[in-house]
Design a protein around this ligand. Structure first.
Ligand SMILES: Cc1cc2nc3c(=O)[nH]c(=O)nc-3n(C[C@H](O)[C@H](O)[C@H](O)COP(=O)(O)O)c2cc1C
Length: 166
């Protein structure tokens, strides 16, 4: 009568938040993976959460180093996102295969993906195993944004970003 019917339970929140999480192993190897389990989880202090499945190569790296970078993703980065989300750093240097332009983190030892309009450096303050994913809670240490997006107060105009939809 009310126009509703039961729907599937999995990943029920939409739209999702596609990001590329970049990291660097203790022996200096860069990696990144596609993640859609990602959200803000504290305004003050600024914190975000990223959900990573333990079988991912990046999972062991982030567990060991305690740092990562969350890179926001645009439609123009779709192929890159899908590649990084379907190949493992265990088998190849994905960032080199794609010829990605990188910069060094300012606060953390991990690469910034320069194609991304906004890259967020984080240190892991804790994690929660929720089920299939472990949610890494990241304290935001530094935010890099394209100069064209940032106003005089440092605020990012997110309305200018053509976010990837998956
Ligand atoms: C659209 C999409 C969303 C994904 N979201 C997640 C996610 O939220 N968490 C996760 O652990 N893996 C996610 N993945 C899968 C990983 O990105 C993928 O397994 C990747 O190859 C792991 O790389 P790695 O082994 O180098 O860490 C997603 C893949 C795609 C294509």
């Amino acid at each position: 009568m009310h126009g509703k019917k039961p729907a599937t339970f999995r990943s029920a929140l939409n739209p999702r938040t596609p990001i590329l999480v970049s990291c660097r192993s203790k022996d200096g190897k860069n990696n990144a993976l596609a993640v859609v389990y990602a959200c803000n989880c504290s305004y003050d202090p600024p914190m975000i959460m990223v959900g990573i499945v333990p079988s991912r190569h990046s999972y062991s790296i982030i567990k060991e180093t305690g740092v990562f970078v969350a890179n926001l993703v645009t439609e123009s980065m779709r192929d890159m996102f899908m590649y990084l989300g379907s190949h493992s750093g265990r088998d190849e240097d994905k960032l080199a295969v794609l010829g990605l332009n990188l910069a060094e983190g300012i606060k953390v030892d991990a690469p910034i993906l320069l194609d991304s309009p906004v890259s967020i450096e984080c240190t892991v303050t804790g994690s929660v195993v929720t089920g299939s994913h472990e949610m890494f809670i990241g304290k935001v240490e530094y935010v890099h944004a394209d100069a064209s997006l940032v106003d005089a107060d440092g605020k990012v105009d997110y309305s200018k970003i053509d976010f990837l939809k998956v």
